[in-house]
Design a binder for this molecule. Structure first.
Ligand code: B3K
Ligand code: ZN
Length: 877
């Protein structure tokens, strides 16, 4: 693979920094290929770090050092050494001013870390370790400093932004201009940001609860200025929500958001200057789908909430990443739930967790939400740290209740404001504010893997006692063979034969949280007058898998009666899984495939139930994705999964045509677009009906799709119709729609990303040949992560049948792209390689072919740290 293995970092090796940086004064002279960076740092020995004056260690990557001086004296090369990490400088006094001049090359920076150019706009991305690509610095989150930043640029970069408040601006003799920004809050270097470009902005303001006026600005290229309104409204809602729900007020006079086309992830919470992937901030009804509107609302909320959970209180080291990310995802999920449909939000989040986080937990990169080690921290911005991390915070919320949780978060913010802290500090604040003991609960932070609960029950009618026996088990994960029992809040209810919740105690509570702490534990409910039906893990109260021997009748009963909406949906999932398993077995054994008539009847009931939230109906009708079925399988048989699911959908479609048609027509009313929960949910069901109808490939159904494609005035309906045509129309009709759509939207970057994704994820049109053709299209750009995610990511992650082609061509293709991308953008390459690291879960030849593709990446020469870590863990036995 390569000669020198990258170094592994361990949590147990954490040491406080030797030196502190009280102030950081930065000066940038922007030039595309040769930007000059001058820094002036006030440094002192950290009193907590022990005696003596050890060398000062500064991180630096791809920097051209011009000069280094201490207290005004230029250092000769004997006073400092270049190291693999950066510089080691000899120190002979406890306090000093360090001045460094260095040059960087933003234009050639395709890693999109540090300072780079995107469409002629300068921007930065410093989390986690990007600041070291800007200048030599102790680039670690526990070094917090007050930053002042001066940006000097030619006049054709009129907008010059950094963190904090603007304190000066002016012109230089040579025609350049400058702006100086001062951030009064000490922060780690990963929260530093700089933007320079020819940008327009939309302005608004927000009055905080204590009456302070905050200026709000969203910056983007001129052509996108009409797409900022939704983000601005979302920002104001988020600011109000954080005041009301967490008592958190904004702290600077200005809050800025900038949209950037080239960005490795969704957005970044830099202090006062959030930088966003354009796809996560720009929207208009004509160009963005409902899910884009919702994604924007939640990401705007997420980054804003980081101002407290992340910025004011930050992480001591990167092992603590979930401290800010898990907590902030929990906060943004609750924000979205409060603003939209709580049940639908929960279903979407749990689907993502089950599909992608559970498979991470079962794969070679499995890690606890607080990892013990890493080679490259960028590889740990995972669903485990984010989404499972949020579930762990949610469990604390469930155990303590809303009020107790709020007391805990108040204490956490009060105790640690302005500090860099640990997950342990968060749990301790929750404990201390509530006088509870969360010792065992802490195992969620240190043990990886998805726990499984086996639940059996027994009803004794002569004593009116209902007993639940719960056994827990967690599969082994890399480096962790044995797991200790988890503390699991298991929310349950009991349904009577009339479908209503039974009273579980004398006070009449209809649900309770069982605290499962042992490997095996029995719970008893008294005064239960009839055999109840168990509603388990309500609201998905813990990130676990629950096994219980439900009969088909019981699941159907739960589907129609459970008072917990999430569990109504979950019952439908269990029912679908059973049917899909049986179909897979029949396929493997060469028997005729058949869908149980009760299942068809149940789906008909869902479709005609006008009382049911249409979004919930849509979620139920969808059937679990192939990826989720794969995750649930002991050994993945891709062919059987695809065939079974396809058959089930085709059968349902053919059996339910009249009901689908009626519902589709009924929901196809002309009204002006609004991304509110009710309208979104109606559009969702309408478009699920359209898709099912098109599965039948009838002329009538494809006619509906064609008409909707032509008439739609919003992108949700337009894209749904295009998707139906791409997947189910004949080549001619599909080709024409694809072409027409492109001609209409070729100037709109976000719409074209959607256009690419719809094709790459299509099981019919997303053939390898077509994917390669898309990569030759002028709309594709290998240096743009959104385009890579749309085309190559869409193929590897959302095009189950083509990616898993039995000849292994899909795996080989992904391997080739990873090798190419690793030279341009290691972070993106390391994400893309993940689908081919899961080879152990596959049956037969597919496993061999997938492993061969992974080996090909491993043997391709020098790899980045990012790709090396994922590939080497993927190949480990
Ligand atoms: N904190 C950033 C993620 C940075 C990822 C760096 N590889 C966005 C977020 O979670 O809010
Ligand atoms: Zn975050």
């Amino acid at each position: 693979m390569q000669d020198a293995q990258p170094k592994t970092m361990y949590l147990k090796d954490y040491r406080v920094p030797d030196y502190l940086v009280d102030s950081t004064d930065l000066h940038f002279e922007l030039e595309p290929k040769a930007t000059l960076v001058k820094s002036r740092l006030e440094i002192r020995r950290n009193p907590e770090a022990g005696q003596g004056l050890p060398p000062l260690l500064l991180n630096g990557i791809d920097l051209e050092l011009l000069s280094i001086a201490i207290d005004g004296s230029i250092l000769s090369s004997i006073s400092y050494q270049e190291t693999p990490e950066g510089l080691s400088v000899s120190i002979d006094k406890p306090e000093f001013i360090l001045e460094i001049h260095n040059r960087i090359n933003p234009e050639d920076n395709t890693s999109l870390e540090g300072l780079y150019l995107s469409n002629d706009m300068y921007c930065t991305q410093c989390e986690a370790e990007g600041f070291r690509k800007i200048t030599f610095y102790p680039d670690r989150p526990d070094v917090m400093s007050k930053f002042t930043t001066t940006i000097m640029a030619p006049a054709d970069y009129p907008v010059l932004l950094s963190n904090g408040n603007e304190v000066d601006r002016g012109y230089c003799d040579d025609g350049r201009h400058f702006v100086t920004w001062e951030d009064p809050f000490a922060k780690p270097a990963y929260l530093f940001a700089l933007v320079a470009g020819d940008l327009e902005h939309v302005d608004d303001s927000f009055t905080t609860v204590s009456g302070r006026e905050v200026k709000l600005q969203i910056f983007t290229e001129d052509k996108n200025i009409g797409k900022c309104d939704h983000a601005m409204q979302s920002l104001k809602k988020a600011m109000r929500w954080d005041e009301e729900v967490y008592g958190r007020e904004y702290d600077l006079d200005i809050f800025m958001v900038v949209a950037v086309d080239h960005f490795n992830m969704g957005a970044m919470e830099n202090k006062g200057l959030n930088i966003f992937n354009s796809a996560c901030v720009l929207a208009s009804p004509e160009t963005a789908t409902d899910s884009a509107f919702q994604r924007i609302e939640s990401i705007i909320g997420h980054e804003y909430f980081h101002n407290w959970s992340g910025n004011r209180v930050t992480c001591r080291d990167w092992f603590q990443l979930s401290l800010k990310e898990g907590f902030t995802v929990f906060r943004d999920a609750e924000f979205s739930a409060d603003l939209n449909s709580r049940a639908v939000k929960r279903i979407e989040d749990v689907s993502l967790l089950r599909t992608s986080q559970f498979s991470e937990d079962a794969g070679p990169m499995a890690h606890p939400i607080r990892p013990d080690s890493y080679m490259e921290i960028s590889n740990f911005y995972t669903l485990t740290v984010y989404e499972k991390g949020a579930e762990v915070v949610r469990m604390i919320h469930t155990i303590l209740g809303s009020e107790g949780f709020r007391k805990g978060s108040d204490l956490y913010f009060e105790r640690h404001d302005g500090c860099a802290v640990t997950c342990e500090d968060f749990i301790a604040a929750m404990e201390d504010a509530n006088q509870v003991d969360l010792s065992q609960f802490r195992r969620w932070y240190s043990q990886a893997g998805t726990p499984e609960l086996n639940v059996t029950d027994h009803y004794d009618g002569s004593l009116d006692v209902y007993q639940l026996k719960v056994r827990q088990f967690c599969p082994a994960t890399p480096e962790q063979d044995e797991k200790l029992p988890f503390h699991i809040p298991l929310k349950v209810g009991l349904l009577g034969s009339n479908g209503a919740d039974m009273a579980l105690d004398e006070a009449g509570a209809t649900q309770c949280v069982l605290e499962v702490t042992e490997r095996e534990q029995t719970f008893e409910f008294k005064g239960i007058k009839e055999q109840p039906l168990l509603s388990l893990l309500r609201g998905f109260s813990a990130p676990v898998k629950v096994r219980h021997n439900y009969s088909r009748e019981q699941l159907l009963f739960l589907m129609s009666n459970d008072s917990d909406t999430f569990n109504r949906w979950d019952a439908s999932q269990r029912l679908a899984f059973t049917a899909l398993d049986q179909l897979q077995d029949a396929y493997r054994q060469g028997r005729n495939l058949q869908l149980p008539p009760e299942m068809i009847a149940a789906y008909r009931d869902i479709l005609i139930d006008r009382e049911l939230d249409p979004a919930l109906a849509a979620e139920i009708l969808q059937l679990p994705s192939e990826q989720l079925i794969a995750e649930e399988s002991e050994s993945i048989d891709a062919d059987a999964i695809f065939t079974a699911r396809h058959f089930a959908r085709e059968t349902l479609a053919n059996a339910l045509v009249p009901e689908l048609k009626e519902r589709y027509i009924e929901l196809s009313t002309e009204k002006s677009y609004s991304p509110n929960a009710k309208d979104i949910s109606e559009r969702r069901l309408k478009n699920v009906c359209l898709e099912y109808l098109c599965i039948t490939k009838s002329t009538e159904a494809l006619g509906f799709a064609q008409r909707q494609f032509e008439a739609a005035s919003n992108m949700t309906d337009k894209a749904a119709a295009l998707s139906a045509l791409i997947n189910y129309a004949d080549d001619q009709q599909a080709d024409q729609a694809i072409k027409q759509f492109y001609e209409l939207w070729r100037e709109d970057t976000q719409v074209i990303e959607l256009w690419l994704a719809l094709q790459s994820s299509s099981s019919t049109r997303g053939t390898l040949e077509n994917i390669k053709a898309l990569m030759q299209h002028s709309a594709f750009e290998m240096k743009n992560p959104n385009k890579v995610r749309a085309v190559i990511g869409g193929f590897a992650n959302r095009n189950f049948s083509q990616f898993h082609k039995s000849d292994g061509s899909g795996f080989e293709f992904v391997a080739e792209q990873v090798i190419t991308l690793d030279k341009l953008n290691p972070q993106i390459a390391a994400r893309l390689v993940i689908p081919i690291t899961r080879w152990k879960k596959y049956a037969g030849k597919l496993a061999e072919k997938m492993k061969a593709a992974l080996l090909r990446v491993a043997d391709s020469g020098e790899l980045s740290k990012d790709v090396f870590e994922v590939v080497s863990k993927g190949l480990k036995n």
